[in-house]
Write a protein that binds this ligand. Structure first.
Ligand SMILES: [Zn+2]
Length: 170
């Protein structure tokens, strides 16, 4: 895959290898591979010989640098793993002692939790996510129902019904 690696600025083994081709807004590289436009870092990981296992099909950065295509900075994981990484990074940035529990979560994390709202009906999902993020299960509930962070999630009361229907039929 010369064509692929020619678009990667390969540096030292431990350094980030930036993607030189076209990119998404957040900086992830784009590359057409096997008939589809895919994330360049995912292609890098795939070409390095590591195959994604079932359910673990997201290529995650350990370096938090979206354009990086160094396979040693990448691993396959789930959406959950991705959120856990974000939370850990966020904890690293955020200052402790905030009075409002939901403000512990940043916008990105709220959106990631919101993406998991199809798990609303799952017993224990809120508690599990709450533990993961260090907030109460009701904080997770509130995000899913649009009671908090609705400016971020865009969820309004009229859309709650719609989401419940989707959850039931999926
Ligand atoms: Zn990197």
């Amino acid at each position: 895959m010369e064509r692929f690696w020619s678009k990667v600025d390969k540096r030292g083994d431990d350094e980030c290898w930036p993607w030189l081709g076209s990119k998404r807004k957040k900086g992830h590289g784009l590359f057409r591979f096997e008939g589809k436009t895919r994330s360049a870092h995912a292609v890098a990981l795939f070409l390095s010989g590591k195959c994604p296992r079932r359910g673990r099909t997201l290529a995650l950065h350990s370096c938090d640098n979206p354009p990086c295509c160094n396979p040693s900075h990448l691993r396959w994981g789930t959406r959950h793993d991705n959120i856990r990484d974000m939370v850990e990074r966020h904890r690293g940035h955020a200052m402790a002692g905030d009075a409002n529990p939901s403000s512990k979560l940043g916008k990105d994390i709220v959106l990631a939790i919101f993406e998991l709202r199809h798990r609303q009906g799952e017993w224990g999902a809120r508690a599990e996510l709450g533990r993961q993020f260090g907030v109460s299960y009701s904080t997770i509930s509130d995000i899913w129902k649009g009671y908090s962070w609705s400016s971020v999630t865009g969820l309004t009361c009229t859309r709650i019904k719609h989401i419940k229907v989707l959850a039931l039929t999926s």
